[in-house]
Design a protein around this ligand. Structure first.
Ligand code: HEM
Length: 361
């Protein structure tokens, strides 16, 4: 997506995902999903593969934010087709029955049909009612814009369905990878883990004492927890680079990039440069105490920057903070030996097997 439509859709989605109303509401949903999931890990007298389990948590939240679908048959169906679809995003480009690409395209068709039906039903409901409540999900946001600008330059319904599926891609792998890698790095750094537990326990005690619910701001203002998130994304972000194509000749500093050339902007090169970070290969959440857990700067761009800055930035930080809070204040875990793999994408070699036990109070 490029040009004016991109700008408009990006702005609409960005405003919605950042809105305090969404964060307020989604905090409850994230807490429920995380708590339910964590408690189920103990039922199993088997190893929990963190990389797989965190994916289940974040997919549930993602489809709630995008389409307001909750757990059940419809979500399972959507998840099944989506998993088949993304397998084909990096594969041999052979489109014959039985190949990965063929199956992936078939699943994309099914996904589009499912989402289009939901969008159409929602549109009919919207036409029946004059109420203008706050939007519930991304479908609402885009449909309202399509309705408000009808006759001018509106967003077509097919485009809305396609956009919902496109948004599932950046939202699907990124957050669970960050959650999993954070647990790995904390396991290997007991001092950092102890500080994280201390900060989160302090919040939990305050909340328990006042019998208060958590607000999204409670999680976002946990300074050390946000430092841990920053440091995790600096060291091992699944999106370690982005591609850009020069639409015209460009000169950047002393480099000339001719029209049509592609450039790979490598975030990890900047994040691991000793000029920018002292001892760059060390997991040191305290380093962010000096700079503050800056969301983005020229030397810290896990969420990209400029016109394509990730609209899911704050939602992701909230999800990871809630996950870490409930994990460290309620459970203890023992991780089996595993290592971070950086190529072709960042992941755990063995999907990070752990055993989980309740915390002895
Ligand atoms: C730790 C989690 C995440 C990381 C590290 C991350 C990182 C990024 C990066 C680097 C980009 C820029 C890509 C580019 O410049 O070409 C991006 C774009 C995007 N992200 Fe995220 N993301 C995360 C989570 C999410 C979530 C949860 C959502 C959805 C709810 C999301 C939705 C998007 C969308 C729609 C774009 C495209 C923006 C545009 O081109 O206008 N991301 N993300």
């Amino acid at each position: 997506m490029n040009g004016n439509v991109h700008k408009r859709v990006h702005a609409l989605i960005g405003v919605f995902l950042k809105s305090p109303q969404l964060k307020d509401r989604i905090t409850r949903d994230i807490e429920k999903t995380v708590q339910l999931s964590l408690s189920s890990w103990m039922d199993k007298s088997r190893l929990v593969y963190l990389q797989d389990e965190t994916k289940k948590i974040t997919f549930e939240i993602l489809v709630r934010v995008l389409l307001s679908i909750g757990p059940g048959e419809e979500m399972d169906l959507l998840k099944g087709e989506f998993e088949e679809f993304i397998k084909g995003l990096i594969c041999l480009p052979i489109k014959l029955p039985g190949t990965r690409l063929y199956k992936s395209l078939q699943s994309k068709e099914k996904l589009l049909k499912m989402v289009r039906r939901i969008v159409e039903e929602r549109k009919m409901d919207m036409e029946k009612t004059e109420e203008k409540d706050l939007p519930n999900d991304v479908i609402d946001v885009l449909l309202r814009d399509a309705g408000e600008s009808a006759g001018t330059h509106c967003i077509p319904l097919d485009f809305i369905s396609g956009n919902i599926i496109e948004m599932m891609i950046p939202g699907e792998e990124t957050v669970p990878t960050a959650m999993t890698i954070a647990v790995k790095l904390l396991t290997d750094n007991p001092t950092a883990l102890a500080r994280l537990v201390e900060e989160n326990m302090e919040l939990r005690r305050r909340k328990d004492h006042g019998c208060e619910k958590y607000a999204w701001m409670d999680y976002m203002t946990l300074t050390f927890t946000q430092n841990v998130i920053n440091e995790t994304l600096r060291l091992a972000n699944i999106i370690n680079a982005v591609w850009r194509k020069a639409l015209k000749d460009v000169k950047i500093k002393d480099y000339f990039i001719p029209e049509g050339w592609c450039v790979l902007a490598s975030f990890s090169s900047v994040h691991m440069d000793g000029i920018n970070y002292e001892n760059p290969y060390e997991f040191d959440p305290w380093r962010w105490d000096k700079t503050g857990a800056a969301v983005t700067s020229n030397i810290f761009t896990p969420f990209g920057g400029g016109q394509r800055l990730c609209p899911g930035l704050e939602l992701s930080r909230l999800e990871i903070a809630i996950f870490l809070h409930h994990l460290v204040t309620t459970y203890r875990w023992v991780a089996e030996k595993d290592e971070i793999v950086y190529f072709p994408t960042v992941r755990m070699k063995r999907r990070l097997p752990i055993t989980v036990a309740p915390l002895q109070q």
